[in-house]
Ligand binder design. Structure first.
Ligand code: HAM
Length: 420
């Protein structure tokens, strides 16, 4: 019986995996340049970590967590995002006692039990950063700049995405905004969709995120958070926007940008792709100045972003990976099956010295081995038969120009190394 992968999950393999590796390589290089250190946290965490930080009334906590009770009667879940895990680790290991500012990055799978559709997976992958330890507009700008740099380096053209920014203010600002928003929406409630009506009671801010055209029309006239920002939050927002302009980062203010996670305070931002359909959010993030304290740490500012790798990849141009000079890769062709031990000896020697090498393990015919050499994308083949073994001289064929030459076994390494 065949057992398939679960709905909303997928296997990723060659040749697609090369794009994933490329995206990871570009991101890791940038993280190093910006001094972010990698952190790998467990995939399972206590469910309460997320319900407390993301918020009880959010979609993620209400409907999307893979939460279960384990044999020890602990309530555990597969992480739906990584910010809460990074903050948990930051507090647990007392990172703040060693350094004032700690900058982390992560690459890994997240899990949300959503209805799968194009661009929406149950297991998806995020690349993200969290800069913990300061509330300084320059850090917000750094985080946004870093995200912008990743998008640029992986070849996503500026005209193909929108970059939006907003401020959700501090908790006090948000409280007065929510009050005012509720007052404004209440008379229109009956005309809004069922989801909006549900959100009205749970989290009125999230109504601004409704995708329904009719609701959007009605809600577009709602008051904006900007009018409710206190002096400090308003100033902070303007500072970040001015700095982004100074550094030529084109970002648009969107006063209706709300996020599906409750931990944000102040700056929030989102990147959406122009041609990705309904699931068009490529990356999102913002500031969460209360979360560290909420999870038992000191009172300290923090800011970060996460980008969905599947979505980034679907926006990357097809031929993004630079061709570069092809490194030698050798396929050893054995003329008779009894030569395979010699063949294995040769590939082992090449591999030990850093040269990609492969051979046939299925006793294929000569013709079929040559086809394998092509499929392996080899730059050279080495032909090994009885005569070659006796003379210690192998025929090496250059697969690009078809030229053949006889090379002594002891000189093989030098020849391939000189090509590298
Ligand atoms: P988020 O907006 O929930 O934020 O997710 C960030 C990105 O993950 C989204 O923009 C999207 O590209 C991708 N994503 C989310 N859900 C799915 C899904 N079901 N299938 C495919 N891709 C998905 C966070 O997770 C925050 N932790 C971001 C953050 C970091 N804020 C501060 N620091």
């Amino acid at each position: 019986m065949m057992i398939n992968s679960l709905k909303g999950t997928r296997d990723i393999f060659s040749p697609e995996i090369e794009i994933w590796q490329y995206l990871e390589e570009i991101s890791r290089n940038l993280f190093k340049i910006y001094s972010y250190q990698e952190i790998r946290t467990p995939i399972i965490e206590q469910t309460s970590l997320f319900s407390r930080s993301i918020g009880q009334a959010t979609d993620i906590v209400q409907k999307e967590m893979y939460s279960f009770i384990d044999k020890g009667r602990r309530t555990i879940c597969l992480r739906p995002e990584e910010t809460a895990s990074v903050v948990r680790a930051y507090v647990q290991h007392g990172f703040y006692q060693q350094k004032q500012i700690n900058k982390f990055y992560y690459i890994g799978p997240m899990f949300r039990s959503e209805r799968p559709q194009a661009g929406r997976m149950r297991q998806f992958h995020q690349i993200g950063v969290e800069a913990i330890g300061a509330a300084n507009p320059l850090i917000d700008v750094e985080v946004i700049m870093l995200l912008n740099e990743i998008l640029r380096k992986i070849g996503i053209k500026r005209e193909n995405y929108f970059f939006k920014i907003n401020s959700l203010g501090c908790f006090k600002d948000r409280e007065s905004y929510q009050e005012n928003l509720s007052k404004h929406i209440k008379p229109h409630l009956k005309k809004l969709c069922a989801e909006c009506q549900n959100r009205f009671n749970l989290n009125v801010l999230r109504m601004l995120d409704c995708k329904n055209e009719r609701c959007r029309g009605i809600l577009s006239a709602s008051p904006s958070i900007t009018q409710h920002l206190c002096g400090e939050c308003g100033h902070y927002f303007e500072q970040v926007v001015t700095l982004l302009e100074k550094f030529d980062i084109v970002i648009k203010k969107d006063h209706h940008l709300v996020r599906g996670l409750d931990y944000y305070t102040g700056i929030t931002f989102e990147v959406t792709a122009k041609d990705l359909g309904a699931q068009n959010a490529l990356a999102a993030g913002g500031r969460y100045n209360n979360l560290v304290k909420e999870l038992g740490g000191p009172e300290t500012g923090a800011c970060g972003f996460a980008a969905g790798m599947e979505r980034l990849i679907s926006c990357m141009p097809e031929r993004i990976i630079p061709a570069g000079r092809k490194k030698p890769s050798v396929y050893v062709v054995c003329l008779e099956s009894q030569n395979s031990l010699k063949g294995f000896e040769v590939i082992s020697e090449l591999r030990r010295n850093g040269i990609t090498a492969e051979m046939d393990y299925l006793g294929r015919t000569l013709k079929s081995q040559m086809r394998q050499a092509d499929a392996f994308n080899s730059t050279h083949t080495i032909l090994i038969g009885e005569d070659e073994i006796k003379s210690g001289t192998f025929t090496v064929k250059n697969m690009e120009n078809g030229r053949q030459e006889k090379i002594l076994q002891k000189n093989l390494l030098d020849v391939f190394n000189s090509l590298d």
